[in-house]
Design a protein around this ligand. Structure first.
Ligand code: ADP
Ligand code: MG
Length: 310
């Protein structure tokens, strides 16, 4: 299974159907005037962000209320999420920190309408969408609102950097002119210009994750859901990717929910939610002052084994 343009695809389908479409679109494109178009597009981003209300931090893009997820097996139940409530502000980056099995991925999957909660509500821009977990509404919700970034980069190995990034737009049926314009702008934004004709196998892990970020943001979704995006990267490359995420978030005025078990990664967020056994047990607002120490301390308290009673 593969996620592109926030639709579920199977690889054989992708190989059979999308590559010819992609080639047709790319090779029939008018390549003239790309630079001017690219500059215009960045200008368009700025204008659009003003319209979106850049800097209005108090506006909630997501409001999650009493979210519970119970997985039922034969003779047993697992409560992966237990009455979770929080808000994600416009332009805000929130880190979800917790030990393995604490429900982080379950939360992201539900917010991305890849899984359905047992109970609770999610409001998007103040609106409740009761059918957001049913198809075709779920696909439309993902397409219009969500960009996913995963620990494994999930790039298509037969496509170049620019083709991988272009894929969601090709699937949307945009014209080659518009695709060229947007792809060039994103390639430039992510510092991938030198590698745009390369294939994933010719890139480092960090470069591949940049391409995955490009693919996630090319449709300009207001929300990015990132599940351990630096989990496969070394320390320096992780820092590079996190700086890229923070910088593109600012430029595109996006909101990011980033799952991690790494306290250093969490310091890049505006706010940290600490998860334990499916519940939010603490929060911390980063202020640039000893954030790592505070986060480490809180995380230690959460993960400390409970006292044994004799
Ligand atoms: P995390 O991402 O924090 O490691 P998960 O959200 O993946 O945790 O899992 C939370 C709990 O829910 C775990 O106990 C896990 O085994 C369980 N779980 C997750 N997905 C499923 C599923 N599809 N079926 C049954 N149990 C699941
Ligand atoms: Mg997980």
């Amino acid at each position: 299974m593969f996620l592109i343009n926030n639709q579920k695809f199977f690889l054989f389908f992708t190989k059979c159907k999308t590559i010819p479409v992609l080639k047709r679109t790319r090779y029939s494109g008018d390549l003239r005037g790309r630079c001017n178009k690219s500059a215009n597009y960045l200008c368009y981003y700025k204008k659009r962000n003003l319209l979106r209300g850049e800097g209005v931090k108090n506006q909630h893009i997501l409001e999650v209320k009493n979210l519970t997820k119970v997985y039922k097996g034969e003779g047993h139940e697992i409560t992966a999420l237990n009455d979770i409530s929080f808000q994600l502000g416009a332009g805000e980056m929130v880190a979800v920190m917790g030990t393995s099995g604490s429900g982080k991925s379950t939360l992201l999957n539900i917010l991305g309408a890849l899984d359905e909660p047992t109970s609770g509500t999610i409001k998007l821009k103040g609106m409740l969408s009761k059918d957001m977990f049913q198809e075709p509404q779920a696909s439309a919700y993902r397409r219009d609102n969500i960009g996913f970034i995963f620990q494994a980069f999930h790039l298509l190995k037969d496509l170049s950097v620019e083709e991988n990034i272009a894929l969601p737009l090709v699937l949307k049926g945009l014209t080659s002119d518009v695709i060229d314009l947007k792809v060039n702008s994103i390639v430039e934004l992510l510092g991938l210009t030198t590698w745009k004709k390369h294939r994933p196998v010719q890139l480092s892990g960090g470069q591949q994750q940049r391409v995955a970020i490009g693919r996630a943001i090319i449709t300009e979704p207001p929300i990015i859901l990132a599940d351990e995006p630096t989990g496969n990267l070394d320390f320096n490359t992780s820092e590079d990717i996190l700086n890229t995420l923070v910088s593109t978030k600012k430029q595109l005025n996006q909101s990011i929910l980033l799952v991690t078990h790494d306290p250093n990664v969490a310091t890049y967020a505006d706010r940290v939610l600490f998860f334990h056994d499916g519940s939010i047990v603490d929060t911390y607002n980063c202020n640039g002052n000893n954030d790592l120490d505070y986060i480490l301390e809180k995380f230690k308290l959460i993960t400390k084994p409970e006292k044994q009673t004799l």
